[in-house]
Every structure is written in C-alpha cells, then in structure tokens.
Design a protein around this ligand. Structure first.
Ligand SMILES: Cc1cc2nc3c(=O)[nH]c(=O)nc-3n(C[C@H](O)[C@H](O)[C@H](O)COP(=O)(O)OP(=O)(O)OC[C@H]3O[C@@H](n4cnc5c(N)ncnc54)[C@H](O)[C@@H]3O)c2cc1C
Length: 389
C-alpha cells in the first residue's frame, strides 16, 4: 500500500466518477480522477441528461429562490424580472462541472485531474497500474499506480436508425438523425427518470421486444395517454397476454421504418423551431404519421464500457449475451468486485446477489460513497497496523 502514487484512482468523468472523487477528497485520500476525453463523454449516456427532475434537492429553483430573495430591492427589479423569464436546469454536466470546480478550488493538493482515457489496467500484488491515453492511436501513454481503483465508465443505449431521404434523393440510414431529439429530451431513454414526461400527450415507444411492449403498457396504465408501438421495421416480440392487454388498451403497433420526425402540428401555420426542441409526430416509410409528443426508445443497452474490468478478469453478469453487454458484478453494497481493491459503480455495475442496482444518478452516488468508505476504512486500518508494528 505504501509504494504507490495514489490511494485511489477514479476512472470515469460522469456521475459515479465525480461522486467518488469528491468523497475521496473529503476523506483526505490522495486521488487521481481520470475523467475521460470528449470522445468517451460523447459515447456515454450520462452526457445526455439535460434536466434532472426525479431527485428532490437537485432543482434550480432552490438556489433561485434564495438569489431572488437577496436581490429583493427596487434596485434589482429588472434583474428579478430577468430571472423570472429565464429557464434554468440541472443536468449531469452541471453536476460534474460543479464537482470539478469544488475539487480544483478546495482539494487541488490532494486530487489530480486528467482528461485522459484509461486504456489498460493491471494488478500486480496489491498495486494497480493504469495506462492513460489522450487520443485514440496516440502512442504516448501515461502510466500511473494506485492501491485502489474505482471504475465508473458507464454504458450507452442503442439508438434507433432512421431511414432518411435527403433533398438530393440520397438515402442515409443512420442513427445521427435522432441526435437533436435525444439531446433536447423529445426522445427519452430512461423510463424511471423521464417516463413521467409523457403525461402531457401521446407517446410512441420505439422498440419491438417484450420489454418495450411492457413499457408501453405501463405508460398507458399509469397515465392513460395514447400509446403507439413503433417497431421500426422489426416484428413485434410480444407474449400472448401482453398482446391481449395491448389490444384491450388500444395500443397500436406500427411496423414500418422510421423516416423522419415532425416538429409541427398538423394544420397549423409552420413555425421555425430549434431542431429537436419539439415533436408532434413520427413519420414512417408507409406514410403513417404516428402522433407523439414524446418518443421513448426501448432498444436496450448498446454497450457496457467494461473493457478495463475484463482486462483485470473481474467477474461479469452471468447472462446469455456478448461480453460487451454484460455489467460487472459487485459483491455487495461496498461496490467491490471479486478483485480486491477494484470497485465498480454506476450503470456498469450489477449486484452479485441481485440486490438493488437501479441505473440512476442516486444509485451511482450511493455506491460511489460506499466504495470510498471501504477504501478509506482499509487505509486507516493499514496506517494503524504500521504504527503498531
Ligand atoms: C436520457 C437520460 C436521462 C436520464 N435522466 C436521469 C434523471 O433525470 N435522473 C436520474 O437519476 N438518472 C437519469 N439517467 C440515468 C443517469 O444518467 C445514469 O444513471 C448516470 O449517468 C450513471 O452514471 P455513471 O457514472 O455510471 O455513467 P456516466 O454518467 O455515463 O459517466 C461515464 C463516464 O465515463 C467516462 N469514460 C468512459 N470510458 C472511459 C475510459 N476508458 N477512461 C476514462 N473515462 C471513461 C465517460 O467520459 C463518462 O464521463 C438518465 C439517463 C439517460 C440516458
């Protein structure tokens, strides 16, 4: 434990990584935060959380109320009016940026931050050696050592392909057409945190699996809004009872390919809108116009960023899927894997005993804190033993 650069190396610049780093700093552990690169961030789901509204306490109005109170004099009347007209939001980027600012201002002597990608990890005895890279294919690797590693490199969702025809007549079948709608929360990916948004109107579930159908049913039962299943060219894989329930609730199934999204209401004067900021319908190849104020994408996980865990030989979920879709098994609430000193938190981790591991911000934060608790407890135990030798 003595002969390493860091007590704790945190890998991942999202929710789990920032929560781990802040806690490690607060516990006075010498920490390296490997935040990843712009490329790894773009490929992570945490980047696309614009507005968190399922966590009490994480709400812009809390500070806004105090700011308005402190400006409550005639002198600042215009400023208050301006604040009333603005829309504020807190997303994952705001949380991570805030943690970074706190780390840099309060803990710069304890915590080193690197915007690099961790590409290689080894464990030799008690020591982890991690190699960091700035750009893909760059031969310059930085090597760091630590006595513990917390990995929170996240996952990415599968995005729907859209078969779009350009003005030139060329067809481009790509996921990129969904980006504006995903970035501005018209296409939703997290049923638990964003599902409630559909209450404002009709919704389309983009997916074809039994899970997708169950999500459609759940939203119908919960909010009683019109629901359509859009399978995007796939056949529906619903069980008989699910189909019966869907028929009972009038859930339509459309199997034609998605060719575009319409942000205008039918029959209304056309209003120019920021791309992706509004949705009224999903347009299908057979010319069907599926009315939808929101689309909920239910196509499963595209990738779990578990390469480093695999390099170390950590145990993965025992499910019938390719390795890149398997989450890393953690032993219990401590978030430690079957490799001592190697912890996994956030969306990439799954409890060995099947215990709760919701893919949510508060889950990532709780397990991050538990991992650091374990590391710090062992660290002090080691120091005591040294003294008592
Ligand atoms: C659209 C959407 C909306 C959501 N809304 C909510 C919500 O309102 N409330 C809620 O509780 N949850 C929400 N979630 C879930 C929440 O985003 C996740 O649970 C949370 O971000 C998980 O944190 P994480 O640290 O596991 O991963 P992420 O936050 O995704 O972070 C992963 C990080 O790892 C970095 N990384 C990847 N590979 C490497 C590498 N090799 N080296 C270094 N760094 C690397 C990436 O750059 C990234 O910074 C939402 C999810 C989605 C998709």
């Amino acid at each position: 434990m003595g002969n390493v650069e860091y007590d704790c190396i945190v890998i991942g610049g999202g929710i789990g990584g920032s929560a781990s780093t802040l806690r490690a700093a607060q516990y006075h552990l010498k920490t390296l935060w490997v935040k990843g690169t712009r490329k790894t961030a773009k490929a992570s789901r945490g980047k696309y959380v614009l507005n968190i509204d399922n966590m009490i306490g994480v709400h812009p109005d809390i500070m806004l109320k105090q700011v308005k109170k402190s400006l409550n004099t005639e002198e600042f009347e215009r400023a208050i009016q301006h604040l009333n007209e603005e829309t504020f939001h807190i997303g994952t980027q705001e949380i991570v940026d805030n943690v970074l600012e706190r780390i840099e201002s309060q803990y710069s002597e304890l915590v080193t931050v690197k915007d690099l990608k961790a590409v290689d990890i080894k464990k030799d005895g008690d020591i982890f050696t991690v190699q960091l890279q700035e750009k893909p294919d760059s031969e310059q690797l930085e090597v760091v050592t630590g006595s513990n590693v917390i990995l929170s490199t996240g996952v990415m969702d599968t995005l729907p392909q859209v078969k779009k025809t350009l003005k030139s007549g060329r067809e481009v079948d790509d996921i990129k057409w969904v980006f504006p709608f995903s970035n501005l929360e018209r296409l939703l990916y997290c049923i638990r945190c964003e599902g409630h948004l559909v209450i404002s109107g009709a919704a389309a579930i983009i997916g074809h699996s039994e899970v997708a159908c169950q999500i459609g049913l759940m939203l119908k039962e919960r909010y009683n809004v019109p629901i359509t299943m859009v399978t995007n060219g796939e056949s529906l894989e619903a069980e008989d009872t699910t189909r019966k329930l869907m028929n009972h609730h009038g859930i339509n199934v459309e199997t034609s390919r998605i060719v575009g999204f319409d942000d205008q209401e039918t029959g209304e004067e056309i209003i120019k809108k920021k791309a992706g900021s509004d949705l009224h319908a999903i347009i299908l190849e057979d010319n069907t116009r599926v009315t939808a104020r929101y689309g909920l994408v239910s196509l499963g996980i595209y990738k779990v960023y578990n390469e480093l865990a695999i390099q170390l030989g950590a145990r993965l979920e025992n499910i019938d899927k390719p390795d890149e879709l398997k989450r890393v098994l953690i032993e219990d609430y401590s978030a430690e894997t079957d490799i001592r000193g190697f912890f996994c938190v956030g969306d990439m981790a799954s409890r060995k005993d099947g215990g709760p591991s919701m893919m949510q911000i508060y889950t990532a934060q709780e397990y991050a804190v538990r991992a650091v608790d374990t590391i710090e407890r062992r660290h002090r135990k080691f120091q005591r033993a040294e003294i008592l030798k």
